[in-house]
Design a protein. Sequence first.
Length: 483
Amino acid sequence: MAKLYNQLTEYSKSDMYPLHMPGHKRRLMGEMPKEFYQADITEINGFDNLHEPEEIFVELQEKVAKLCGAKKSYFLVNGSTCGVLAAISACLPKGGHLLMARNAHKSAYHAAYLRELKVTYLWPEFIPEYPIYEAITPMQVEKALEKDSTIQAVFLVSPTYEGRIADIRAIADCVHKHDRLLIVDEAHGAHLGFDRRFAQNSVVQGADIVIQSTHKTLPAPTQTAILHVNGDRVPIDLLERFLHIYQTSSPSYLLLSGIENAYDLVEKEGAQLFERFYQNWIELLHQLEACRVLRFLPRKDDRNHDIGKLIMDTGKTMRSGQWLFELLLEKYHLQLEMAAGSYCLAMFTIGDTEEGYERLAKALLEIDEMLLAEQKTGIRANLSASLDAEFQNTPRDREDDENALFKAWDCPKVEIPLEKAEGRVAGEFINLYPPGFPILVPGEQISATDLEQLQKNLADGLHVQGIVKKQANYFVKVVSEKI
Ligand SMILES: Cc1ncc(COP(=O)(O)O)c(C=O)c1O
């Protein structure tokens, strides 16, 4: 395949003089490699237009749709972010009513804000004994749709950032029984469906729109993503209108050919690449079974966990997730994806070599030995208990004002010291980043538990967006008037 890429490289060798954008004119590269700029063009003759595809993009998008089992697929260059914005905007009228998983990425909240949606949250449960959200269940969706007939669409994340996979087939059946639309944010699942031993993707399981970040779990450049449409329920005209609105009018051909290249690779070499991925992953999990204090997800035979997402949990030790994250970084030169209270997350894809698996396994076995010895000395023995409590107390049952988000975000605000914030109404999103879903949404009242959790996150050195640090003090923006 790699048709677009070949066309770009052929063009870069031709004598065609560029009297058009981009401004580097395929000539001034600075210190960048010349291949990068020579193939960087815009919508010139013979290269089609992503926003009104007639030639090569029709062909490429159809090919990907076929590979992924979709009716129609769209290449995205503004990440899954613009796919989520466009999908929610197209599936609900302004002021509509969305049922949304509370662990959704901030882009879903931004869509709700822009379209002034009423939002009802589905709070995921925790996995027993782990401080990790489980995926939303069919039963939760069914109950919410039974309870409120004004809901127009359902938005879920699967796999979650931590790798939990929802039963999308059962959820799609339930949503369609109620004649509603199902959007699945599968930003972390672009690799799904290419090997029979992994979960299927949400497209073939019946979701109406599925958004995948090709850059996260396939070998495609950062910013690239795909939006798939399934069946006949989605208003295609509106979807395309919103893709026009949220996507740049100058999509990068380098990024677009990077999407093409990733699927080309999957088509030609997927069988070997996924086999190797699977074998390395299974071997890693097998080796980690020897650890005595560190705990891992997936557990044995856990079919609801995504391949490649390894949760390393320190909850039964005297150390935090951030401590493990930093130790792996500084001593072993292993850069993880993220750390939270008592766990951290490593990500593997078909792009990994054996070296990555081997180095992580060796490091974790060594650290486990050390932690076991430390545990015997009993130093800092209270830490794990307090970290567990932090998550058990997360305010999952809070009753929210369902219209508060877009009202509160636009309200006049004041910045106050964090320690004085209890009882005030959040004026900004407060997110742990990564993963990027909110602890507090504008319009929500800040409880004592929220405050305690935020202070603990900050003390652990985690990156909390929405909290401002001035000298040694933390401040938060709250709504200054009643809304
Ligand atoms: C669940 C989820 N959805 C959507 C996104 C946005 O994806 P992108 O970075 O491709 O815009 C992210 C990013 O981390 C995410 O974790």
